[in-house]
Design a protein around this ligand. Structure first.
Ligand SMILES: [Zn+2]
Length: 303
């Protein structure tokens, strides 16, 4: 099952978007806009960072914000074309995570907008792993870039942006301290993963990931893992070598569901993680809540 295969319907959709965009871009220029710097974020995680730094001085629209939808599978619609047409700042993840946005941008004429590609700004990259926001230091670097873009677009509020950025950075550094604390207590614990997203944090905590990397990579890409990898991942759970299963709740296939079910039957703790920030949280509170669940699972299995 390759869920990314381009088909005729998708090509038609792209053509329809291109046409709609040329019409909407013009109409939007005449329409009344909310005040402040106009920001469009491909994902709400980045939209949240912008809003925390900008305060009331930006109007932020996050296109992907539903934690029940797989962002790897997102396809742009006509609304999105209109939304990005005259943004001052656009922030995307990049590295193939949101190519739908690149395609829309390629069709619009706006020489004044600033594009931030988070993956390119992030200092730490794992092999073929676009989930850079799972590394707090990456998020500080991305936030620094957001700060610079906001100052460029609204210099008169620079002092406030600086102060908001400093507060955010302090909060994110607490996540680093939390990861270091988990490492000191639980490094080496054998765990299973259903997708590559958690590798950024499992590495920082020093957890021993048993699942074949090629298995997690196939799931992230919407492909079927090899039969051998699927058997290995399953046996690691049924033999109880895997002490905790970290389960990506947004990138689900029948195989990942099966692994989760088997873990539950054997009372192996399942720790849910998501790609998209759940509603009502900020980046730092989202990560902190996930760490709480992970910490209690680690404590349980290390007794
Ligand atoms: Zn993913």
């Amino acid at each position: 099952m390759n869920r990314r295969r381009t088909n005729g319907a998708q090509l038609l959709m792209t053509a329809a978007l291109l046409f709609a965009l040329s019409t909407f871009a013009f109409a939007e220029a005449e329409a009344e806009k909310p005040s402040g710097v106009q920001v469009v974020a491909a994902e709400n995680t980045y939209g949240d960072l912008v809003q925390q730094i900008a305060g009331i001085h930006a109007h932020v629209l996050s296109i992907i914000s539903d934690p029940n939808v797989d962002p790897h599978e997102y396809e742009a619609n006509v609304d999105n074309a209109r939304q990005i047409a005259d943004a001052d700042i656009i922030i995307e993840n990049g590295s193939g995570y949101d190519t739908w946005l690149d395609k829309l941008m390629a069709t619009t004429q706006n020489s004044k907008r600033i594009l931030i590609t988070a993956f390119d700004v992030a200092p730490t990259h794992l092999k073929e792993n676009e989930h850079v926001w799972y590394n707090p230091d990456n998020v500080i670097a991305i936030s620094q870039k957001i700060l610079e873009a906001l100052k460029a677009k609204d210099p008169s509020d620079a002092a406030e942006f600086d102060s908001n950025f400093a507060a955010l950075k302090t909060e994110i550094e607490k996540l680093d301290a939390r990861l270091a604390d988990l490492k000191a207590r639980y490094a080496g614990t054998p765990i299973g993963l259903t997708e590559t997203i958690f590798l950024y944090q499992s590495e920082l905590i020093g957890l021993n990931v048993l699942t074949p990397w090629t298995f997690d990579k196939a799931i992230a890409e919407g492909n079927d893992p090899s039969a051998a990898d699927a058997i290995t991942a399953e046996q690691q759970i049924t033999s109880r070598h895997t002490k905790i299963l970290v389960y990506n709740v947004q990138t689900i296939t029948p195989i990942t569901t099966k692994l989760q079910d088997e873990a539950k039957v054997l009372s192996i703790p399942v720790v849910p993680v998501s790609e998209t920030m759940p509603p009502g949280l900020h980046y730092q509170s989202w990560m902190s809540k996930q760490f709480d669940v992970l910490a209690s699972a680690l404590e349980q299995v290390s007794k």
